[in-house]
Structure formats: structure tokens, C-alpha cells
Design a protein around this ligand. Sequence first.
Ligand SMILES: Nc1ncnc2c1ncn2[C@@H]1O[C@H](COP(=O)(O)OP(=O)(O)OP(=O)(O)O)[C@@H](O)[C@H]1O
Ligand SMILES: [Mg+2]
Length: 286
Amino acid sequence: MTKAQTVLEVNSLTKQYGERTAVKDFSLTINEGEFWGLLGPNGAGKTTTIKLLTGLTKPDNGKILYFGNSFFSQPKQAKKLIGVVPQHSNLDRDLTAFENLNLHAILHAMPKKIRKEKIDQALEFAGLQDYKNKQVKTFSGGMKRRLVIVRSLLHDPKILFLDEPTVGLDPQIRRSLWDLVVKVNQVKKTAILLTTHYIEEADKLCRQIKIINSGTVIADDTPEKLKNKVGNFILETYNGEHHVGRFFPTKEEAVAHMKESGQEAKVREVTLEDVFIKLTGRRINV
Ligand SMILES: Nc1ncnc2c1ncn2[C@@H]1O[C@H](COP(=O)(O)OP(=O)(O)OP(=O)(O)O)[C@@H](O)[C@H]1O
Ligand SMILES: [Mg+2]
């Protein structure tokens, strides 16, 4: 098997906004086809990280390399390798799905003779072929997100940045978007860095996760190992004011402890939320 190439290498990235350090000493290596997640609460620095990695803002310190080349010395070449789905949709509501995609293709200097075919393929990939000539303002939230995702892939990027792609969508639509994102990673082999504050989203989708809080990475591993490190099961008791959790490596040990204590309690599997609480003392979603 050939070794996967490194798509993105980031070293000690730091971004300061006045007194506030939005991103501190952030390092990351993403290889071809990998699926990474950046999980953290509001204001953790997720969007700032994406903006730094896609050239929308400049760092105060640190290095960004795409396929070994410095982003800052060759920004144009690097941007051809990048696809971005921003936190806030930037589709033109008055244009049709086709027109929105066509605009992106023109901006990426895609030759006219392949544009139409690429756009048709993109619409089909997103399951939006029947909406090709409909104005985006008639689309549901989920359809708009699907369109933004395939638009970001039109120029065949090697890495896709998704900033909170399912925020505000209802659970069923969120799941269908997860399927689309997994399809992008598995069928197109595009490397992905996704930010989210949804625990389940990070757990289900990402094979590697960095948990960030106040601009700093506080944990970095696979979802399974992050959970294993704190203990696989939690014994939750209610002390009259709030829930208190105690971690155990196995369900049997948690249950045995519950029986011993004689207190009313609940045993359940740990989640990434428990990992976050253990590390920071607060919840991700407040
Ligand atoms: N342009 C800016 N000027 C000043 N401060 C900023 C700016 N952009 C972000 N910040 C601050 O930097 C910190 C990180 O913000 P960022 O938007 O990266 O967080 P986030 O993790 O994306 O949060 P959310 O989940 O709310 O989108 C926050 O404290 C925010 O107020
Ligand atoms: Mg954000």
C-alpha cells in the first residue's frame, strides 16, 4: 500500500483579536482522505481556525503548508486545493441552483465546455437534479446546505473545510447531510476538516477529533480513545442540585458501585460531552 500524502500541515498557529487569543498554538496534520473534526463550544475558535486555514484572515504566528508548500508564499495554488463551506450560507438567493454553481465554476476559471457537465454531476451527487432551474430562495435549509457543499467541490479540491454544516437543521435533515458528507469523503476521497458543537455529529462522522476550548486544543484522538481515556461508562447521581458523574472502565463496575451505594443512579455509556466536562468543568452546549 502506498503511503498517504500529507495534504495539510499546520504548525503553532496563533491568532489574536486585541486582548483575546482566538486560536493558540494550533497544530494539525491531515493526510489524503482523512476525516477530522474540531469540536468545541461557541467562541472556542473554530471559525477563526477555518478562516486562517483558508486565507480569510492572517495568523500572528505559525505555519500552514499545503502539499509541503507554504500557504503564504503560494496562496493562489493552495486555494485551488481547498473547498470551503462557511458557517453562514453565501448563496445568491435570487439565482437558480445552476446559476449559483456556474458562478463558482467561472470564478474558478473552469473551461466552459466542461462546466455544464460538472454542474449536472454535482446536482446529481447532492440529489438536487430536479431543482436545477429553481431559485435558491425557494429551497429548504437542508437543500441550501447540500447545494453549498457540492458547490465547494466543483473544482475538485483535495481538502474540504465544513464550518458547522448542520447548525440549525432539524435532526432528520442533519442525518441526511451527514450521509452526503460521508459520501464526499468516501467516494471522492476528499480529506475533510469539519467544525461542530454537536457531540453526536463529531462522534458519528469524524475519525480524528481535536477538542478546543477558548482557542486551545485540550484533547486530540479518535472518538473511541477520547472516551476510553475518561472511562467507558458513567454512573450518574443527582445530588439535589445537579447531576454528578463518576467514570468506570466497564459497565459491570459501574453497576456494582451503584448497588453498593444504594443511591438512585443511572449507568450509561460516556459521550464526548462527558469528556469535555471532565476536561473543562463545563458543558459544550449551554
Ligand atoms: N473579527 C473578530 N474580531 C474580534 N474578535 C473576534 C473576531 N472573530 C472572532 N472573534 C472572537 O474570537 C473568539 C473565537 O471566535 P470564533 O468565531 O472563531 O469561535 P467559534 O468556535 O467559531 O464559535 P461559534 O460556535 O459561535 O461559531 C471569540 O471570542 C470571538 O468573539
Ligand atoms: Mg463559528
